[in-house]
Design a protein around this ligand. Structure first.
Ligand code: C5P
Length: 276
């Protein structure tokens, strides 16, 4: 049995530069990952099977389309047939929420199958499979901080964020990535910075914040509540939303904020964690 953690992804900064002729947007982003995420196990079985457990299992089942199944099939097409397998997904991250849930699950599936077959994570065919599954899947395959460009698939790893305490908060609204990108105003506000990653994050912005907030005003409230907490270094929305995050000076401040937010907003999803 092979186990992988499908870590939640954060965009510490996300600069949208222009809309391409293929409909995607050229962007520059600082990807970071946290230690927690969905859990995924793969084992041999008599027939292909997907099982979903966890707090967000029902939401995912209702959506029908599952990136885990697609990742298994894309891997099989790329690396030849292999015996049937049972995949169990423990869905702990909210669906359609800007922290890469589905992309991380797809990437974890590719990693698990590659590990089982002794395929290197650098294998060009594995990278191509990741890219075919979605713009964030290559970053999730790597699951370490990196500057992403292009659609998000061109990656330059960057060090210096491990251990930073982070609090992720989602108000329980799903937003469509395509719709949020579609509402971007088309103004290029300039490139992402260079140097140390925290400096890049602090000097950066998320250009999808304004369009996402116009679709889901609950994001305004989450950002305001995070900004009220003591000891924050950065408060921002991740990806196309609606999940927002705060990075903290120390773990104690993060714990205090998590407790306060859980008490005041019992219906919000809240994850106290740290960057890896
Ligand atoms: O690549 P992925 O399937 O995750 O993207 C979902 C949607 O988000 C795309 O269909 C596109 O509308 C939008 N997108 C974009 N530019 C990117 C990434 C995603 O416009 N760089």
């Amino acid at each position: 049995m092979i186990h992988e953690v499908a870590r939640a992804k954060l965009n510490l900064a996300l600069h949208v530069r222009h809309r391409r002729s293929d409909g995607y947007h050229e962007l520059e982003t600082l990807f970071a990952f946290v230690r927690d995420g969905d859990g995924l196990t793969v084992e041999s079985a008599e027939a292909d099977r997907i099982g979903i457990t966890g707090p967000f299992a029902a939401t995912l089942q209702a959506e029908g389309d599952n990136l885990v199944t697609r990742a298994r099939d894309v891997y099989r097409a790329a690396f030849g047939t292999f015996g049937p397998c049972a995949i169990l997904l423990d869905k702990r991250l909210p669906v359609a929420s800007g922290i890469g849930g589905g992309s991380a699950d797809a990437a974890a599936t590719l990693r698990a199958l590659a590990r089982r077959d002794n395929v290197s994570l650098d294998h060009p065919q594995l990278k191509a499979s990741a890219q075919a599954l979605g713009s964030d899947v290559p970053a999730c395959l790597l699951s370490r901080s990196a500057i992403g460009s292009g659609r998000g698939e061109t990656l330059a790893p960057i060090e210096g964020l491990a251990g930073v305490p982070a609090l992720l908060v989602n108000p329980g609204v799903e937003v469509s990535t395509a719709t949020v990108f579609g509402r971007w105003d088309g103004e290029d506000r300039g490139p992402i910075g260079t140097g140390d990653p925290l400096g890049i994050a602090l000097a950066g912005r998320n250009d999808l914040e304004a369009p996402a907030r116009s679709l889901a005003p609950a994001i305004d409230r989450v950002l305001a509540v995070l900004a009220e907490q003591a000891g924050t270094r950065l408060v921002r929305m991740s990806g196309s939303g609606a999940t927002c995050f705060a990075l903290f000076e120390d773990a104690a401040a993060c714990t205090t904020a998590a407790a306060a937010i859980r008490q005041a907003h019992a219906d919000w999803w809240c994850l106290e964690t740290a960057l890896v």
